[in-house]
Design a binder for this molecule. Structure first.
Ligand code: IPE
Ligand code: IPE
Ligand code: MG
Length: 252
């Protein structure tokens, strides 16, 4: 197992689809919410590990737009867990200079969650060591529709001309504006799908899918994903030699 100092070529942005809490609980004959509780512990250890390694941005898919359709008691319990997590982690975020952000349709969150989230974002805004970005009430398709709406409004108001719209202009209207695209996208619990996560931003992310359920995703499992990432050759549509020479030219 590599230790942190030996990790070279770290992804700047790691995004994680934290899946499998329900199955983890079911395997133990526990209610689903106990799986979510166990999942929060994994969030804590994974964020700590990312911070120690020097990863700049970590985006965690915590609650999708589609997850609103789950039974109301599960949705309520997840919202309560969110509030509890944010309250418990504030000191650690401040101590480790982590800045919290959130992406998604945050207006849909219950008032308490919205307020604690807003407060945590504000209080950690000056931190610069790592960005912890929570995807909450998030859906990639509606993020794109919202961006399209914004662009249309700007054109109507005469602030933008349609021919000025390119990939960067569109990316600027996404929730993730200003953040680098994820280099590595991890999904736990063995499902081979994106489930509406970062559809635009993940165009060239390296995918790592593990059968390990999120509550069992240990530090060692995270390191395995990072080691696997280091072995990948990201070609971005080019051929190997071109890619290698552009890396040499950039000095990376
Ligand atoms: C992921 O675990 C957490 C959320 C989607 C909120 P799941 O609750 O989806 O767990 P499984 O997929 O049912 O095992
Ligand atoms: C994706 O997991 C959403 C989160 C991890 C928050 P889901 O469990 O909701 O995804 P599907 O239903 O398996 O596609
Ligand atoms: Mg799931």
């Amino acid at each position: 197992m590599l230790i942190s100092s030996e990790l070279t070529k770290l992804p700047a942005h790691v995004a994680i689809i934290m899946d499998g809490n329900g199955r983890w609980a079911r395997k133990r004959g526990l209610p689903r919410i106990m799986g979510h509780r166990a999942g929060v512990k994994t969030v804590r250890s994974t964020v700590r590990c990312a911070r120690e390694l020097g990863i700049s941005v970590m985006t965690l898919y915590a609650f999708s737009q589609e997850n609103w359709g789950r039974p109301p008691d599960e949705v309520g319990a997840l919202m309560d867990l969110l509030v509890e997590y944010l309250r418990q982690e504030l000191d650690e975020m401040l101590g480790n200079r982590i800045s919290l952000r959130a992406i998604g349709d945050l207006q849909r969150l219950p008032e308490e969650a919205r307020l604690v989230l807003k407060e945590t974002i504000e209080r950690t805004a000056g931190n610069s060591e790592m960005i912890l970005n929570l995807a909450l009430s998030y859906g990639g398709r509606s993020e794109l529709a919202r961006a399209a709406r914004r662009l249309a409004e700007e054109c109507l108001k005469g602030r933008l001309r349609p021919e000025e719209i390119d990939e960067d202009v569109l990316a600027d209207r996404l929730y993730t504006s200003g953040l680098p695209d994820p280099d590595l996208l991890i999904r736990t619990s063995g499902e081979y799908r994106l489930s509406n996560f970062l559809l635009f931003q993940a165009a060239y992310s390296e995918l790592y899918i593990t059968p390990v359920l999120w509550p069992d995703f240990s530090r060692e499992e995270f390191m395995k994903a990072l080691e696997e990432y280091q072995k990948r050759e990201r070609r971005f549509g080019l051929i190997s030699q071109q890619h290698l020479s552009s890396c040499t030219a950039r000095g990376s």
